[in-house]
Design a protein around this ligand. Structure first.
Ligand code: FMN
Length: 270
């Protein structure tokens, strides 16, 4: 490790953005796409089982068929998950490639298993966590490599829904028991999205034990779910207190979004 590596790393981490509009008429080399997959290959995984495969779609006709699957996925979201701020999937049109991260659940057999029914249940539950966390690590590595290659991406989880994954499996030929847990459209950003809302650092760090003053209450969750979610998802500002309409949007919840204290007094539910 060299001095200065952190600065480079955090700069790429901060630049990685979920971009949903790409420049038309661009292309990318297979060499670059292989570099991106290489970053995924080096992700950590439970018991080092590497429960993933990366399907890289660079053929434009096939890419258009994959886009069709996601257009139908977006329509279903609008119909069956009403209220969720679904984005239109038309932006996928100008992607230069799409990487589908498949998860193979059979490899969970290598994670710890219990010798009694009760212990097996406990271990089996945690094995789900190990499996999904491993896939998340691979997806994140891929996204960071996309950024480091001067491109941009998003993280589409909709491919993991049974209906969508089944349609993708018909198209791409992978076994039905595998799922597309992460679909990563890659392209050149059509506009510069520098920032997104992040909770303040002081709010997410708990030094030497859980700090009750940083607990996000059920009331805050309700406010977030009912009123704030789309703004924290799509506004290009890191600090919600810098929004032009911060007073109106945040009201009495300003401190909970802009400071290290979300729960004055620190009382926790029993
Ligand atoms: C597990 C996971 C699933 C996501 N699923 C979707 C998705 O289906 N569609 C989408 O447009 N963005 C999706 N995103 C992207 C998030 O909306 C995005 O990361 C978040 O709003 C923060 O923005 P940023 O990535 O630009 O920092 C997902 C992100 C994660 C980590």
């Amino acid at each position: 490790m060299r001095e200065g590596d952190y600065d480079n790393l955090i700069s790429i981490i901060r630049q990685r953005r979920s971009v949903r509009k790409f420049e038309p008429g661009r292309s990318v080399s297979r060499e670059t796409l292989a570099k991106i997959a290489e970053a995924g290959r080096w992700a950590p995984s439970g018991a080092n089982v590497q429960p993933w495969d990366f399907v890289v779609i660079e053929d434009s006709a096939l890419r258009d068929e994959v886009i069709g699957v996601f257009m139908r996925q977006a329509e279903r979201l609008k119909e069956f998950a009403q209220g969720f701020p679904a984005v239109y999937k038309t932006y996928l049109n100008n992607t230069v490639a799409i990487v589908i991260v498949l998860g193979d659940p059979r490899w969970k057999v290598n994670f710890p298993h219990g010798v009694t029914e009760a212990s097996e249940q406990e271990y089996a539950e945690n094995n789900e966590n190990i499996f999904f966390s491993s896939l998340g690590a691979a997806i994140q590595n891929i996204q960071l490599a996309v950024t480091a290659c001067g491109l941009t991406s998003a993280w589409l989880s909709g491919g993991g829904e049974a209906t969508t994954s089944s349609a993708l499996s018909d198209l791409l030929g992978y076994p039905k028991f595998m799922r597309a847990y992460g679909t990563i459209p890659i392209g050149y950003p059509a506009k510069d999205i520098g920032q997104r809302f992040r909770r303040p650092l002081d709010q997410v760090i708990h030094w030497n034990g859980y700090e009750g003053e940083k607990y996000r209450t059920d009331e805050q969750l309700e406010f977030h779910h009912q009123q704030l979610r789309p703004f924290t998802m799509y506004r290009n500002v890191e600090d919600a207190g810098d929004w032009d309409d911060a007073d109106e949007r945040l009201g009495p919840w300003r401190d909970a979004y802009c400071t290290g204290v979300t729960n004055p007094g620190g009382k926790l539910p029993g």
